[in-house]
Design a protein around this ligand. Structure first.
Ligand SMILES: [Zn+2]
Ligand SMILES: [Zn+2]
Length: 272
């Protein structure tokens, strides 16, 4: 039995004798099947060809990234909180070296993932740290390819997952898209971790909002306004996207507003 991982999106499937016929995540219109058709790799093969590096992304905040690049190429974030380690988003590779690196920074007590493109090997990660809970939004339940008792679905608009940690459902890219707010991060000025929604642009001065990033499909005016509205009540001095070093430079709340206004102007609207 082998746990196959999709080479294009990094999603791990339940252990099986042969690779699955399809990857529904890649066949969805927000992703794509690679030029060579559907390809798979076993977790053991992935371990032989890649390794994870851990690096500082902020105060008590560590990036975990697979090298050389694998699948979509996002990094996970490890938060060192007063209540213990919290893993935000995930990557496909988990091995003994990674567990050791994470343990040296306090381990993981729970995890949450923004959306299905980063579900990857979440069950494998949970088990590596004793079966810790994985918080996912219920509206994306259908996209879970490897069900597990560790997964805790929540519904509604917000969920507290620690004294200073709140999951906020913003939707847009996926119906259940969630971001993580860390109130005591950056010396109490607050940190927002958004993954893809909004996504930090390469100039790091703007963010953007897409239904599909690889296939260039935008979201509606109403969706952009709704996301800005949902994030308005939260204080944060740092906003992290999905890639290493992709945080907004300058005031991220100002950047969010400026970016939403630019987006709306491009769609023919006056502004927020
Ligand atoms: Zn896939
Ligand atoms: Zn995505």
């Amino acid at each position: 039995m082998t746990s196959y991982v999709c080479v294009t999106c990094g999603t791990q499937y339940p252990p099986a004798d042969r690779s699955p016929a399809h990857c529904p995540i890649c066949e969805d219109e927000r992703q794509y099947v690679g030029l060579n058709g559907q390809e798979w790799i076993s977790l053991d093969e992935l371990r032989q060809a890649h390794r994870n590096v851990l690096f500082e992304e902020g105060e008590g905040l560590w990036g975990i990234h697979t090298q050389p690049k694998f699948a979509i190429g996002q990094r996970a974030l490890l938060l060192e909180t007063a209540q213990g380690g919290f893993l935000w988003d995930c990557v496909s590779l988990i091995d003994k070296e990674t567990v050791k690196l994470v343990q040296e920074h306090g381990g993981i007590r729970a995890m949450a993932i923004s959306h299905p493109h980063y579900y990857t090997s979440m069950v494998e990660w949970s088990r590596a740290f004793g079966g810790v809970p994985i918080y996912l939004h219920d509206a994306d339940r259908q996209w879970v390819q490897r069900p597990d008792p560790a997964i805790e679905f929540w519904s509604g608009d917000t969920k507290k997952v620690g004294d200073d940690l709140t999951l906020i459902r913003v939707g847009g890219h996926f119906a259940g898209f969630q971001v993580l707010h860390w109130a005591s991060g950056e010396q109490g000025s607050g940190v927002l971790m958004t993954g893809d929604m909004p996504q930090v642009c390469p100039d790091r001065r703007y963010v953007s909002f897409m239904y599909s990033y690889p296939n260039f499909v935008p979201v509606s005016v109403a969706t952009v306004c709704d996301i800005v509205h949902r994030l308005e009540p939260y204080a944060f001095s740092k906003l992290h996207g999905a890639w290493p070093k992709f945080w907004v430079v300058g005031d991220p709340k100002e950047a969010l507003r400026r970016s939403a206004e630019r987006y709306l102007r491009a769609l023919g609207e006056q502004g927020l």
